[in-house]
Design a protein around this ligand. Structure first.
Ligand SMILES: C[N+](C)(C)CCCC(=O)O
Ligand SMILES: O=C(O)CCC(=O)C(=O)O
Ligand SMILES: [Fe+2]
Ligand SMILES: [Zn+2]
Length: 388
């Protein structure tokens, strides 16, 4: 069933071990890495699946004294100090250093695949009850959330508390200064522009936090008759467009640190300040997080005066692209709907609506971290696909 090992040999003066598989493919392993990852009870704590070996006890110049193949299923290595290590074929195969094997492992662990979208988005929808009670549905929900960036859950109750259930389903919610969950409705002396009846232009939530919430949930409890429509746009897709259309604007937005501020009282009193680039990129220049909320962008702007105007021009170009009819998707939440979306990728907004003496529109909101969501996804995948 599993691929066996045909041959094992040492090369480069004992610094590498080469394994030849039954299909004649080969994998090379540096001895320092092999010694570092010895799976014996002295070097590895099984119950924690963690390394016991101290780095100070690792000789980074270590070479093999002896290597042997046992039954095509594992190799054993004797080190110069007579310590011995065993490595199973399947364990080694997964950890092969080839470009392809590493890419496969990377995809398996992090699910980096993205489906970009614009106004043609077919908003993915799933029944709330199903993802609460069924593991396969919950797995599908989280996979789609990762890949597309947005999923609408339908048929929740129209009372507060449904997001607590959703939080328990994944593990736990992210607490912020606005509370464990928060009520989006028109409030007197609003401590946030979201708590008015005004239009909210495209934004990501909470760029003022150094680690902005990865995932956002908005549960519609009450919806107003006129206005209050929701808008979403794929920020990564638009960032790619900007990079093509105006590389210089992309360069400015992905390198300029913008000041954000949020001061007030809610769950407790707060005075938060942060610097964020509006388009955060990885080492290859790919957008990995959008940090953009025009409401909390500080009046303080800590950049050289001669750079200010070109920053504004660059941001205008990005904002225009976000708002183009080609890119944005408009819908209206109904009571019982819960929109779940990637707050690092999808920007959201809402149309204004009429204020009145009573509350005509009420959403309950909450955040989760991607670490928690991805953790639940991996556990559900293992259960559903019965693997590993
Ligand atoms: C909705 N609320 C008030 C919890 C946060 C709004 C987003 C922000 O201020 O960045
Ligand atoms: O009211 C809405 O539809 C969205 C609210 C929002 O964006 C927020 O609370 O941050
Ligand atoms: Fe928001
Ligand atoms: Zn060991």
């Amino acid at each position: 069933m599993d691929l066996g090992i045909q041959k094992v040999e040492v090369f480069d003066a004992g610094h590498f071990v080469r394994v030849e598989w039954e299909d004649r493919n080969k994998s090379c392993y540096p001895c320092v890495w092999l010694r570092d990852n010895c799976q014996c009870p002295h070097c590895f704590l099984r119950s924690a699946r963690a390394r016991r070996l101290l780095f100070e006890d690792l000789d980074v110049n270590i070479v093999v004294k002896e290597v042997a193949l046992a039954d095509r299923k594992k190799i054993s290595i004797t080190w110069p100090d007579e310590h011995t290590s065993e490595y199973e074929a399947e364990w080694l195969k997964k950890r092969c250093f080839s470009e392809e094997a590493r890419a496969e492992m990377r995809e398996d662990l992090f699910l980096p695949e993205r489906q970009y979208w614009g106004s043609e988005l077919q908003l993915p929808k799933m029944p709330f009850e199903e993802i609460i009670s069924n593991d396969e549905s919950a797995y599908k929900w989280l996979c789609t959330l990762k890949k597309v960036g947005i999923v609408l859950l339908t048929g929740a109750a129209t009372t507060q508390g449904e997001l607590i259930k959703l939080g328990n389903r994944i593990g736990f919610l992210r607490l912020t200064f606005y509370g464990p969950t928060w009520q989006v409705q028109d409030k007197a002396d609003a401590n946030n522009v979201a708590y008015t009846t005004g239009k909210l232009c495209f934004h990501t939530d909470y760029p003022v936090l150094q680690h902005p919430p990865g995932v956002q949930f908005l549960h519609c409890i009450k919806q107003t008759a006129a206005g209050g429509e929701s808008e979403v746009v794929d920020g990564f897709h638009v960032a790619n467009k900007l990079k093509k259309q105006n590389p210089q604007a992309y360069q400015i937005l992905s390198s300029t640190a913008v000041d954000y501020t949020d001061v007030g009282v809610d769950y407790c009193d707060f005075a938060v300040q942060c610097k964020q680039r509006i388009i955060d990129v990885d080492s290859r220049g790919q957008a990995v997080r959008i940090n953009y909320n025009n409401a909390t962008r500080d009046t303080v702007f800590d950049i050289p005066v001669e750079k200010v105007r070109s920053f504004y021009k660059a941001l205008k170009e990005f904002d225009d692209l976000l708002n183009s009819t080609e890119h944005k998707f408009t819908y209206k939440l109904k009571p019982g709907d819960i929109v779940t979306f990637d707050n690092w990728r999808v920007l959201h907004g809402r149309q204004s609506y009429q204020s009145g003496s009573e509350v005509t529109r009420h959403l309950e909101g909450a955040y989760a971290d991607w670490d928690v969501v991805m953790s639940r996804l991996r556990i559900l995948r293992k259960k559903v696909l019965k693997r590993d």
